[in-house]
Design a protein around this ligand. Sequence first.
Ligand code: ADP
Length: 293
Amino acid sequence: AIVVLGSTNMDLVAHVARPPRRGETVTGRDFAMVPGGKGANQAVAAARAGGDVAMIGAVGSDAFGPALRHTLAASGVDIDLLRTAEGPSGTAHIVVDDDGGNAIVVVPGANATVTSLVPGDETLIATATTLLLQLEIPLPAVLDGARAAHRHGVRTVLTPAPARPLPPDLLAATDLLVPNEHEAAILTGVAEPRAAAETLLRQVPEVVITLGAAGCLHAVRGAGPRSFPAPEVTAVDTTAAGDTFVGALAVALGEGLPMDRAIPWASAAAALSVQRPGASTSMPYRPEIDSAS
Ligand code: ADP
């Protein structure tokens, strides 16, 4: 099984001709509520890719809580250990303007209450092949989860987003780090992906740096970085491409595929997701990934 310890968010997206200045009100053209959060997105991606997936995290006691639960459950994610915290769910308030620029306010809400594991979490983690982690819940919980996984021989995969300096304890409990190019540069101070990968290998044993339409770079200690192309497709919405990639990668690795076969399969899943609008709604199901790869 795959366990995801991470965030759930409701994204509230308004399209405007131009963003408001301070003190100003503008009329938006349309509005959409999009369930997201990197944790929930990775859980949905892995479940749709055929994984047996459970999610640990929290939704709020507001109207978004049940909607966020429903999104996970509808894709087959086990939400028995997803908590409801008194107060608002995590939200992202996104204003997209006609130039494609955006301005975003993220309010962690219930995600901020996930500060440690609770009884039952470690038992679940112990049953997993892989624990998927990101950085949208408090760092102490991420660290607790990674350590619990390591106590039980469970592989940990960390998406270091939003990018921030990582404590050595967390890196020491990370088996596979999957930053995008931008995050890799922030973590290392090195812009060139191959050089960034080499730098990251001093801290973790294995790295995949995703490069958008350019595919990804896989590096493992003792061997030079190897690049993998992405399928050539027409992208209409790359939201959550990285989460789709990681979710599918976890499924393939959990089924025992070696990295050089798991990566092309995960790339096929991510390429399918970018050809459709939406975040979790655009994520492909297993049969589609199998026929595209
Ligand atoms: P993130 O979504 O975290 O910023 P990337 O943009 O690097 O991450 O995308 C993650 C993966 O999704 C890439 O490694 C690639 O496999 C796939 N992907 C992203 N954009 C495209 C694209 N335009 N065409 C094909 N695949 C893509």
